[in-house]
Design a binder for this molecule. Structure first.
Ligand code: AP5
Ligand code: MG
Length: 225
């Protein structure tokens, strides 16, 4: 049975940071829709050209485009043993499509983690975030200030949508379009909340614990049904 995890939470909650570590530690396919779109923009693919302006405004890309991207990605062989989705679903329509895809794949329940962080801390993190202009890696906010990426020597810059006015829009969009997902998922036995306003290693510890617990509950439910 596969481990299928989604992380929901507002911009700056630390989804990407935690997704990278967790997926690597568990050998899961990490699927970050924001990263996929930023790569498409960089490569000037048809999808990239279509979504660029929307992302720069801090709005959501349309559901049909996102569902097609995620469906194709989840059907690849490396995702069959399990996946971690960061940034999808972001609307109820996307969540319904994901339920359908998980059902079609038929390998394991869906664990849903809601990463919560107070608003002021989100703004502080996004104001301070630097990312590599070449490979997209986040600079370590706890490390010494360095100008270039340790992985690829690319220059650290502000992400285009971390400009304060766009951050405000992204947070509003989250409240309006993505927060309703909490209601969509919260009655499920595999829904868990994590306090994201702790040190990254403490968030990671809590994530490990709640995901294992929820996966065990989900597996038991499946076996009984
Ligand atoms: P996306 O790239 O997914 O952005 P987001 O959801 O706004 O989230 P962020 O990446 O800004 O934050 P994060 O939670 O990953 O935090 P991070 O770990 O970097 O989406 C971008 C855009 O793409 C959207 O606006 C939309 O246009 C489009 N899009 C994507 N998916 C879509 C979908 N499904 N439907 C429609 N449109 C879609 O951490 C943030 C900072 O905090 C970093 O500097 C980090 O180092 C630091 N940090 C992390 N953890 C901690 C901690 N515990 N303590 C202190 N600092 C921390
Ligand atoms: Mg991210």
């Amino acid at each position: 049975m596969g481990l299928n995890v989604i992380m929901i939470g507002p911009p700056g909650a630390g989804k990407g940071t935690q997704a990278l570590r967790f997926a690597r530690a568990r050998g899961l396919a990490k699927i970050s829709t924001g990263d996929i779109l930023r790569e498409a923009i960089k490569a000037e693919t048809p999808v990239g050209l279509k979504v660029q302006a929307t992302m720069e405004r801090g709005e959501l890309v349309d559901d049909a485009t996102m569902i097609a991207i995620v469906r194709e990605r989840l059907m690849r062989p490396d995702a069959m043993a399990g996946f971690l989705l960061d940034g999808f679903p972001r609307t109820v329509e996307q969540a319904e499509a994901l339920d359908q895809i998980v059902e079609e794949r038929g390998n394991g329940p869906l664990v849903v983690v809601d990463v919560r962080v107070p608003l002021q801390e989100l703004v502080r993190r996004l104001d301070g975030r630097l990312v590599c202009s070449t490979c997209g890696t986040n600079a370590d906010p706890f490390g010494p200030t360095i100008k270039r990426c340790g992985k690829c020597d690319g220059e650290f810059v502000q992400r285009h949508d971390d400009d304060r006015s766009v951050v405000v829009e992204r947070l509003k969009v989250y409240e309006r379009q993505t927060y309703p997902l909490v209601k969509y998922y919260q009655e499920r036995p595999t829904f868990r909340v994590v306090n994201g306003a702790q040190r990254p290693e403490d968030v990671a510890f809590q994530l490990d614990t709640v995901i294992d617990d929820a996966a065990a509950v989900g597996a038991m439910e499946k076996a009984e049904s």
